[in-house]
Design a protein around this ligand. Structure first.
Ligand code: ADP
Length: 394
């Protein structure tokens, strides 16, 4: 059977990221982004065969952008496109794995929208447009939350009145499941261990960040919760704060919920702490030049990350390794070394030369000799979505 091609689509409210994944090729034959959809400045950018190109598509919506994409995809796939994998952020408790799209699956994704009011409706826009344009192609929804549905109840329940869980689905779901799954599987391959009997702590560190405890190929705990705000310090998200902060700000400063929500999600994290940027690379440069806010933001980020990994270790009986991934995890020796320095009680220590070597896509072990394994593993969410899409197609 020739290698199969899957188009992976990730829709935001005004954007579509896409990649054509060929199961036999490491590089994507075609990838790109349509952005500012619905506006006069709508534009499609793509990369193919090492070349980049753009096309203005004024006022295009998701369907028109996908219609522009179709001939390009068919060309790059030599006319052999096998299916489409859609990234969907929230699968609630309904989806424990990727699912082939039909009317019932679409209706269920819509009912979960209150849990992801920005993301699920955007994904549905893309799904509906793609189904109209490619009615004969099998299409699959791959959920960010599905991998974490294996968490035990003691990890996913909040200590809140039970009715909030039973009647309103208030529980911890976790996100970044596609990435945690992919890198833990790759990590086991790199270490020569069977994935089905291995134990990992993963730190996915990008603009959004989360940790995960993975035992025998299953998520047992993760730092994000009902929403992606819980847990680590992120680019603009606060991560954990005292839940009474909301009432404190409302009573003392007269802030309403929208204002508090916006502050916690958009003005906090690395940006809020540093007062200058949400971007780790920028902060590292500013720290070098003596910027105190940048230095503090990096310290808090790494301490909180170390604390989260230590708490995740409660879900493991044995540690086969810690894995760093995501833009920061794959590229910042500074963050890795500061974080691991907080985890001496787990026996962790890094080899400085190996740590410095693993950047810009270089994978490998970075632990000091005689210490527990620490790996840098570049994530590849598009490939994982394509693999899960192919698995659902049978
Ligand atoms: P997203 O969550 O949007 O996919 P990424 O995984 O691409 O984000 O991660 C983006 C983050 O990675 C940014 O904070 C960026 O500064 C950081 N990053 C990328 N390269 C480096 C680097 N060389 N050193 C430090 N941080 C880096």
């Amino acid at each position: 059977m020739p290698a199969r091609n899957i188009l992976v689509i990730n829709c935001g409210s005004s954007s579509i990221k896409f990649a054509l994944v060929n199961e036999a090729q490491e590089h994507f034959p075609l990838s790109g982004l349509a952005e500012r959809l619905g506006s006069a400045d709508a534009v499609l950018h793509w990369q193919r065969d090492g070349g980049k190109d753009s096309l203005a598509i004024p006022n295009a919506d998701h369907r028109i952008a996908l219609a522009h994409l179709l001939p390009m995809v068919q060309g790059a796939a030599d006319g052999h496109l096998h299916g489409i994998g859609h990234r969907v952020v929230h699968g609630g408790e309904s989806f424990t794995r990727a699912r082939r799209l039909d009317d019932q699956v679409i209706a269920t994704i819509a009912t979960i929208a209150p849990l992801a009011p920005l993301h699920n409706p955007a994904a549905l826009q893309g799904i509906e447009a793609a189904l109209k344009l490619f009615p004969t192609l099998p299409q699959v929804a791959v959920f960010d939350t599905a991998f974490h549905q294996s968490m035990p109840e003691h990890a996913y329940r909040y200590a809140l009145p039970e009715a909030l869980y039973r009647e309103h689905g208030v529980r911890r779901y976790g996100f970044h499941g596609t990435s945690h799954h992919y890198v833990s599987h790759r990590g086991a391959q790199m270490a020569g261990l069977p994935y089905a009997s291995s134990s990992w702590l993963v730190a996915h560190l990008g603009n959004g960040s989360s940790t995960c405890a993975i035992v025998n190929g299953e998520s047992r705990d993760t730092s994000m919760g009902l929403t992606p705000l819980e847990g680590l310090v992120m680019g603009t998200r606060s991560g954990d704060v005292d839940p009474n902060l909301h009432s404190h700000l409302a009573r003392n400063l007269g802030w309403n919920l929208e204002k508090i929500d916006h502050m916690l999600n958009n003005d906090s994290g690395l940006l809020g702490l540093s007062g200058m940027s949400n971007d780790m690379r920028t902060l590292e440069q500013a720290r070098e030049q003596g910027h105190p806010g940048a230095a503090l933001a990096i310290e808090v980020f790494c301490y909180r990350l170390g604390k989260s990994l230590a708490s995740m270790s409660c879900a493991l009986e044995r540690l086969d390794g810690v894995i760093f991934t995501g833009g920061i995890g794959e590229n910042s020796p500074l963050v890795r070394s500061k974080t691991i320095a907080h985890l001496k009680l787990l026996g962790l220590a890094l080899d400085d030369a190996q740590n410095a070597r693993c950047v810009r896509g270089v994978a490998g072990p970075i632990e000091a000799a005689g210490h527990p394994r620490v790996l840098v593993v570049p994530t590849n969410e598009e490939r994982q979505i394509a693999l899960e899409t192919l698995a659902s197609l049978g």
